[in-house]
Design a protein around this ligand. Structure first.
Ligand code: DP6
Length: 328
């Protein structure tokens, strides 16, 4: 049988209720459930083909051979695919992010979601969305949320079988926009994988995790009812809780820069003045500013006026991971 070349696309996502800390770091069973939105237009496109002539997997990211740690992480996921499919050939993996490299947008979520779909399809498997989400999770936790579309919840679960993401609502459900204020394009000094391992050293992590069920329920309801005011409150609370844990870990992780705080203060002032807007921040200094689509142009213009904001990207709710071409 000829080997197919399969191409898949998956969006990045922004977490409204954050994943921070693992119960099982190897399988990436998280300490708490999380909720996110896929980011339309910010995606990874990945092509996979198994090749009997290869003696190892070959990974190319943005036209360059990948670094050793990236190769190893991808090989681990491909080994799972080989085990599931009983296909023992090595593969070519050609991956491209369409968002500017170094813009500070996490690429592991879109990358492992696209890789999981392309690799399983190329290996002749036809996994369910849940199965794909579980597989993507083992590559990068947040990647399990880039498999389904729109607004997505990752059920923490307590095992490989029970920890997966599903769609809470389609992309059309709510016209929400993520306006990403790029504060620094620099690479983060401490990546999320390392950060997850430090979460337990903060005395605040237990309190954050113990209260997660309440925030998940609150956020889920705000999304389903399109209640922006309630949504804004829980999203900022959750982001602040995660950063409180980061800042009180040993060693402390402080991702914010002065401009990060300037954007936070501006967003708070705009909301006090009646603009529907709120912020959330991942493991980096850039600020994701969320607002209804109708006012996004105004929010983007205002963000651009803050001194130190280098650039503003924007994204509406995005589709699930999908195949774009397949030839055998
Ligand atoms: C702060 O999914 O990047 O963005 O599983 O080690 O790849 P790994 O971590 P990753 O962690 C994401 C952390 C976060 C919050 C979130 O997206 O929920």
């Amino acid at each position: 049988m000829n080997n197919a070349t399969v191409t898949a696309v998956a969006c990045a996502n922004i977490a409204f209720i954050k994943y921070w800390g693992n119960r099982d770091p190897d399988l990436r069973i998280p300490a708490n459930g999380s909720i996110s939105m896929n980011l339309d237009g910010l995606y990874t496109q990945t092509q996979v083909s198994f090749d009997p002539a290869l003696t190892s997997d070959h990974l190319v990211i943005n036209d360059r051979p990948a670094t050793d740690p990236a190769q190893q992480r991808v090989r681990k996921l491909l080994n799972r695919v080989r085990q599931m499919s009983r296909k023992h050939e090595f593969a070519w993996i050609i991956s491209q992010n369409n968002f500017p490299t170094g813009a500070g947008i996490a690429s592991s979520a879109s990358a492992f979601a696209a890789l999981s779909l392309a690799a399983t399809t190329a290996a002749g498997l036809d996994l369910s969305q849940r199965g794909l989400s579980r597989l993507a999770r083992t590559g990068s936790g947040s990647a399990c949320r880039s498999v389904p579309g729109g607004f997505v919840e990752w059920r923490a679960g307590d095992s490989d079988e029970t920890s997966y993401a599903y769609s809470l609502a389609s992309p059309e459900h709510w016209d929400l926009m993520d306006c990403i204020a790029i504060v620094s394009p620099a690479h983060k000094p401490v990546g999320s994988t390392e950060g997850h391992n430090l979460a337990g050293s903060s005395p605040l992590q237990a309190a954050r995790v113990n209260d997660a069920r309440r925030r998940l329920e609150w956020c889920r309801r705000a999304i389903l009812e399109r209640d922006f005011e309630s949504f804004a409150e829980v999203v900022e609370l959750d982001s602040n809780l995660m950063h409180a844990v980061m800042m009180t870990s040993t060693p402390p992780l402080i991702y914010w820069e002065p401009v990060t705080l300037a954007v936070i203060h501006s967003v708070q002032a705009w909301r006090r003045n009646g603009l529907a807007v709120c912020y959330t921040i991942d493991a980096g200094p850039n600020v994701h500013v969320l607002c209804p689509g109708a006012t996004a142009h105004q929010v983007i213009a205002q963000l651009n006026q803050i001194q130190g904001v280098k650039n503003v990207l924007s994204a509406s709710p995005g589709p699930p991971a999908h195949l774009i071409e397949s030839n055998s």
